[in-house]
Design a protein around this ligand. Structure first.
Ligand code: JFQ
Length: 364
């Protein structure tokens, strides 16, 4: 463990009031005080993601020098996005990753995993509402739904609006994410309060292997970026496992990164999905200001069976009784946004349609 990380944990204990010296609390080091958000870069070893009051993404934890720490992430090299920090609320290492929560000046509270922004209170609606309703509004009466990842509960909150849904499984590997969300993001974690939710803490690949074939009407993959162990979530065997767990004419909505930054990854994922899912495969996108490049996309796929017209929602949210106001008002998604999300800029449309052409020439 790096010295900075060690000090980070020590600071956390002090902030939690767990560290003491013969019953007398140690003096709180400057890096743990609220004011620490404005320490100069040289003093900012304690919470390595925050320098001079700014959180910067990306950051590679393997870097040794200050510069490497901040500009070395393989997912978006050569750029960084910064958010002004008011207060660090939580920072700890779970079994899987570093979990950080801070209060920002402009976006409310922010959840960060291994240096990557997962959500902010202000713009999470644009992600969670879209990843949930794009698939669920595209089929009639979804009943069984699986969420892969999504431990913050935001996707569950959105699925809860669908009165036809009878059973929701969620498989999240990191229990600390769930606990932290319950403590700091109650508007998201309220998703866990729905009695239809069944929580499974563990590995999603394993969980899917043990799921009965054809069990789900819809699967939503709310994963982290495909770096390290999450890499397998963008590979063919994983998509085959997902397709197997879906009923004929069932739908998948999978987080699919940014069209500005990851065009090749999107092309690769789409060509894998065109081979794996025999129904339709589409790319949709939404605007999330705190994600790299400000946009993020989703792959929508259906298995062979009753055809699914993703572009024209057959199960519009506005027609589901109480859905737009359930627990919290819908802030981003509506049926017009749904259809618009599939409209692609020319450069991406060209790439995606040339894939389709080569797929049909290959007889796929
Ligand atoms: C929110 N429920 C989870 N998932 C967010 N680069 C990911 C966060 C990191 C982004 C991609 C989506």
């Amino acid at each position: 463990m790096e010295g900075g990380a060690e000090r980070g944990l020590e600071c956390q204990k002090i902030m939690d009031g767990k560290a003491n010296n013969n019953g007398v609390n140690k003096e709180i080091p400057s890096c743990c005080l609220k004011a620490r958000a404005s320490v100069p870069e040289s003093d900012a070893q304690c919470h390595s993601t925050v320098v001079s009051g700014w959180f910067s993404e990306p950051r590679s934890s393997s870097g040794k020098t200050g510069k490497q720490l901040y500009y070395n992430n393989p997912m978006w090299p050569g750029e960084a996005h910064s958010i002004k920090v008011e207060d660090i609320l939580f920072q700890e290492k779970s079994l899987y990753q570093e979990v950080l929560v801070f209060q920002s000046s402009n976006y409310g509270k922010v959840l960060v995993l291994d240096g990557i922004v997962q959500l902010t209170e202000k713009d999470e609606c644009a992600y969670q509402e879209m990843i949930a309703h794009l698939p669920l509004c595209s089929i009639v009466s979804p009943k069984n739904v699986l969420v892969v990842g999504g431990g913050d509960g935001g996707v569950l909150r959105e699925i809860s609006r669908h009165t036809s849904v009878e059973h929701i499984d969620i498989c999240e590997i990191d229990e600390m994410v769930i606990d932290v969300s319950k403590k700091f993001f109650p508007e998201l974690a309220l998703g866990f309060e729905d009695p239809r939710v069944n929580l499974h803490v563990g590995d999603a690949v394993e969980f899917l292997r043990n799921s009965p074939k054809g069990k789900y009407d819809a699967i939503i993959v709310d994963s982290s970026d495909p770096v390290g162990p999450a890499q397998e979530l963008v590979e063919k065997p994983f998509f085959e496992t997902l397709a197997r767990a879906l009923r004929p004419g069932g739908v998948l909505c999978n987080m699919a990164e940014s069209m500005w930054l990851h065009t090749h990854l999107i092309e690769d994922m789409m060509s894998i999905c065109r081979e794996t899912f025999k129904g339709s495969v589409h790319y949709a996108w939404t605007s999330v200001p705190t994600y790299p490049s400000g946009v993020i996309g989703f792959l929508l796929c259906s298995t062979e069976g009753p055809p699914v017209d993703f572009l024209n929602p057959i199960n519009p949210i506005e027609k589901i009784e109480g859905a737009t106001q359930h627990r919290r008002e819908l802030r981003f998604y509506n049926s017009e946004v749904h259809t618009a999300a599939f409209v692609l800029p020319s450069f991406l449309k060209q790439k995606v349609s040339s894939l389709r052409d080569s797929a049909s020439t290959n007889g796929v």
